[in-house]
Design a protein around this ligand. Structure first.
Ligand SMILES: [Zn+2]
Length: 293
């Protein structure tokens, strides 16, 4: 169940009208998680009040960009459209957005969907979710956000529990493979077997997680096993020119066995179905700089 919760969170519908994805919904999630950690809320009962507003404001100040306004009333209402959360008031459900004062007046309470409440009861799961929210939405502000979080101390990566890493990997794989529609970014190979969607492609980190702590989809690409193997060994690398590069080591070989890899040189990267997930330039450069000489 945590898998499907992470999927919903990764797919949060966010306002992009200002040219960047608005941080409001993930910031509200972080604030709600903190309140639950502190015992000031429960997964089925997150009161709209001073505690939630204070935590929201504290996180928002770290991640705001451009003309972002700390309008907590918007995500508090609109998070309902993602199937993750509902809002009730002393009078019943909340069917239209309200301002802050009105929300206080009607004693509005947010509630995670019943399906997800048992998952969120566990402190361990909440930490997994918090980590996923940071990786997906705020990889660059992760340390700054951790610094203003109360109650929870960031786990060191070296101490990352195995189950925790498995959850994180699974969320990253699902998102990245889906973004590339189950196709290898190098050769375009696409094998997907029903009924479980068993696939031949992997989600490969551009800058490894151990170094970047970055699970944002723009730090990943989908690769078949062969190309994943070759990239991990720095024999091929995607570049920030949007093309593949092949190591000079391979070019010197010229045996038929390497012909398929050599043919990749200069080919364009297969793009993700949504341009906003195109690999980040710094992640691509990182790979290219490590191409075996
Ligand atoms: Zn391939």
């Amino acid at each position: 169940m945590i898998d499907s919760l992470l999927e919903v969170i990764y797919g949060l519908n966010r306002d992009r009208s200002s040219g960047h994805e608005k941080p409001h919904k993930p910031v509200l999630l972080l604030a709600a998680l903190e309140l639950i950690d502190k015992g000031l809320a429960s997964p089925g009962n997150v009161p709209f009040g001073d505690d939630l507003r204070e935590a929201f404001g504290r996180f928002f100040a770290v991640v705001r960009q451009g003309n972002d306004k700390p309008t907590i009333e918007n995500p508090f209402y609109y998070l309902q459209s993602d199937g993750l959360w509902s809002v009730r008031t002393a009078q019943g459900s909340l069917m239209a957005p309200l301002g802050v004062n009105q929300l206080l007046e009607v004693q509005a309470v947010g509630s995670f969907d019943e399906r997800y409440q048992p998952v969120l009861e566990s402190e361990f799961n909440r930490e997994c979710i918090r980590e996923s929210v940071l990786s997906r939405f705020f990889p660059k502000q992760r340390d700054a956000l951790r610094a203003v979080m109360q109650y929870r101390v960031a786990p060191k990566v070296a101490e990352e529990p195995v189950e925790y890493r498995v959850q994180r990997d699974s969320a990253f794989r699902k998102v990245v493979v889906d973004i590339y529609d189950y196709q290898c970014v190098a050769c375009g190979m696409r094998i997907r077997l029903p009924p479980d969607g068993l696939t031949f492609v992997d989600a490969a980190h551009l800058i490894p997680f151990s170094e970047s702590h970055n699970d944002h989809p723009s730090n990943g690409i989908a690769l078949c096993k062969n190309h994943h193997w070759a990239m991990d060994r720095n024999l091929i690398a995607p570049g920030d020119d949007g093309r593949w590069h092949v190591s000079p080591l391979l070019k010197q070989q010229r045996s038929t066995g390497e012909a398929a890899l050599l043919g990749l040189d200069g080919q364009e990267l297969l793009p993700p179905h949504d341009a906003k997930f195109f690999p980040a330039a710094d992640s691509l450069r990182w790979r290219l700089e490590r191409l075996a000489k």
